[in-house]
Design a protein around this ligand. Structure first.
Ligand SMILES: N[C@@H](CCC(=O)N[C@@H](CS)C(=O)NCC(=O)O)C(=O)O
Length: 279
């Protein structure tokens, strides 16, 4: 019987003679971006990983660029990735942030309580929801028309988009996660699911952190409203964890810049939301 590629990979990592392959993250250098969700899983669990493009930009980009080239057709077992983040683990190459998280979570102990077989799908649901509303939509506030155009070329549309985003989408998504934390499945309201830290908490944390950088005025109001207390408590709880706190102080944590979370004061000003959202 021929073994499937998956079972070959299984053999590599479970063999006592062969050490488990290292985790390699490939992502644009010098920005947290979507790669940060994956970094946080490694950092929170003290799992060794390589961050090739930040450790040695030339070498890292020399690996990443051919992978996402429009000439790449992949190899015998891996289709080509369209865009980073990309995870390399032995012979396995994966892309799509939530897909990578889904793969890593059980291996890193971030997939919920033991014995809860369906738990990972609930955790995935929560992570996908955070990524939809608090990462992908955030990106659209400064690129509402075209990813390939500069922000400056779509500034007026950005203002309208941000106005709606801040006024309507923040309350919807923060309200949702507040309800999740009030719900029974959270098992106590400290963590989103199952009474323990999962990758959904780390995803939500990164989203709230990025949004706080991008929209400080709006976020101050969200905090002051008192409506999302549990979400902000979870944010502080994650930030206070020993491994996360140490990571945030380290040089491995990248600064926000021209990625998903950008601070354009004109998209955050209260007058703009009020005026623009009336149009
Ligand atoms: N849904 C994908 C989106 C990947 C993505 O858009 N990656 C960005 C960097 S964060 C990129 O380089 N995109 C290039 C492009 O869309 O042309 C994911 O979550 O990984």
């Amino acid at each position: 019987m021929t073994s499937s590629p998956a079972s070959k990979r299984q053999k590599v990592s479970s063999s006592s003679a062969t050490p488990a392959p290292p985790y390699e993250l490939l992502y644009w250098p010098a920005m947290p971006g979507r790669g940060e969700h994956i970094r946080l899983c490694f950092e929170a669990t003290q799992t060794p990983y390589a961050d090739a493009c930040n450790e040695d930009r030339k070498t890292g980009m020399g690996i990443l660029m051919p992978l996402i080239s429009d000439k790449n057709t992949g190899d015998a077992t891996n289709p080509p990735p369209l865009a980073p983040p990309v995870l390399r683990h032995g012979e396995l190459l994966l892309s799509q942030t939530p897909n990578i998280l889904l793969y890593l979570a059980p291996k890193l102990g971030l997939a919920g309580p033991e014995g809860d077989e369906d738990g990972i799908y609930h955790i995935n649901q929560l992570a996908l929801t955070a990524l939809d509303g608090l990462s992908n939509e955030t990106h659209d506030t400064h690129h509402p028309i075209a990813v390939g155009l500069y922000y400056e070329d779509q500034k007026e549309e950005s203002k309208r988009k941000a106005a709606d985003y801040v006024s309507n989408r923040f309350p919807k998504f923060f309200g949702y996660f507040e309800r999740v934390l009030q719900g029974e499945a959270s098992k106590g309201g400290e963590w989103l699911y199952g009474g323990q830290l999962t990758y959904a908490d780390l995803v939500l944390w990164q989203c709230v952190d990025g949004i706080s950088f991008a929209f400080p005025v709006a976020m101050k109001q969200m905090r002051a409203s008192g409506k999302y207390g549990k979400v902000f408590e979870l944010y502080e709880r994650v930030r206070g964890r020993e491994n996360v706190a140490a990571y945030l102080k380290s040089g491995r944590r990248q600064k926000y810049g021209n990625g998903i979370y950008r601070h354009y004061p004109e998209l955050d000003a209260e007058e703009v939301w009020n005026v623009e959202s009336q149009k």
